[in-house]
Design a binder for this molecule. Structure first.
Ligand SMILES: O=C(O)CCC(=O)C(=O)O
Length: 322
């Protein structure tokens, strides 16, 4: 374990029952350091072209697209209910995605760059002054899909995340988000919106299919200091013949994964960054857990003033499904 990532106290103790005390970037560096080292940074990269240039929409056009309801069929809701995730095609236009990608490139160039893992994570971007990313994070089109998949009346935003997995960045370990979201509810879902197509060598987000598949990995002990959890989960899934969907994403295709859905991603073995806008939503009325831990990361920034055990209703968690 790279002792520069964990604080001295966290490195000394193997449990996770303490708050995270470093930055969100440090959190991702730490989290990626838990990935199976046998699937580490690729040495050869596949040449991939950047997305085709398209005309960018105006802000008004983008606002309208991101507010227009998507026709979510009952079959998609059933698949989400059965598998714990769903991939939906043609949710966003090439123009909207290009606008998001251009904004991410602009903000990434102005920021500190990715951490040492090669994984750039920028959160709360909807509060950064970027109107484009505010439209993405507060999109009623995407928020309504989240509410309908969870079959709840309304959802609130937990946080947005711009994730850029740089060329050569290694694997994202197997995990499920309920492990680190400090939200005391089963009604939590994350939208994962690729800002370009994701062919197989770029490392699409991959999902273990089956709502109750998490039980298969329940006996695997989490380790905060090595890759044993990632390896153990993979072994448990192999032994139980769990179906894993690691299919590529077409341009405009987006996924939603439930907070108990196990997912991972292979390294980005291409010459292009794998850029994604991800937002997490929870059912209106959900409460903060009683005792957030270090795996909960930087949650106080996402829910400032929320009190353990109380209903989450801060100005940073608006209703986004209407
Ligand atoms: O983008 C990745 O590799 C991981 C993202 C993830 O785990 C998530 O959005 O829940």
């Amino acid at each position: 374990m790279d002792s520069r990532i964990l604080s001295a106290e966290h490195a000394r103790e193997s449990g996770v029952d303490r708050p995270w005390e470093q930055t969100n970037e440090d959190w991702w560096d730490w989290y990626l350091s838990l990935a199976d080292a046998r699937d580490g940074a690729p040495t050869e990269l596949v040449a991939v072209d950047p997305p085709d240039a398209v005309a960018l929409p105006t802000l008004d056009e983008l606002r309208e697209e991101l507010a227009t309801p998507y026709e979510l069929g009952s079959e998609a809701v059933e698949r989400f209910e059965r598998d714990g995730y769903v991939k939906l095609r043609d949710v966003l236009s090439p123009g909207a995605l290009a606008a998001g990608r251009a904004e991410v490139l602009r903000l990434a160039a102005a920021g500190d760059g990715p951490g040492r893992s090669g994984f750039l994570s920028m959160d709360l971007m909807w509060r950064s002054g970027s109107e484009v990313l505010e439209l993405f994070a507060l999109s009623p089109r995407i928020g309504r899909i989240a509410a309908d998949l969870l079959q709840v009346a309304e959802v609130r935003l937990y946080h947005d995340n711009v994730l850029s997995k740089e060329p050569g960045c290694g694997r994202t370990p197997w995990h499920f988000d309920a492990h680190h979201f400090p939200i005391a509810s089963r009604d939590v879902v994350t939208s994962w919106v690729p800002l370009q197509a994701i062919p197989a060598p770029m490392g699409p987000l991959a999902f273990a299919a089956g709502k109750d598949v998490w039980k298969t990995a329940e006996a695997v002990d989490f380790s905060s200091t090595d890759d044993s959890y990632d390896r153990g989960v993979a072994e448990a899934f192999r032994a139980a013949d769990v179906q894993v969907d690691d299919s590529p994403f077409a341009l405009g295709e987006i996924s939603f994964h439930h907070s108990w859905c196990f997912h991972y991603a292979r390294p980005n073995a291409t010459t292009q960054p794998r850029m994604v806008h991800a937002s997490t939503y929870f059912a209106d009325g959900a409460r903060l857990v009683d005792e957030p831990t270090m795996v909960s990361g930087d949650w106080q920034r996402f829910m400032p003033g929320a009190r353990p055990g109380a209903v989450i209703d801060t100005p940073l968690n608006p209703i986004v499904s209407r």
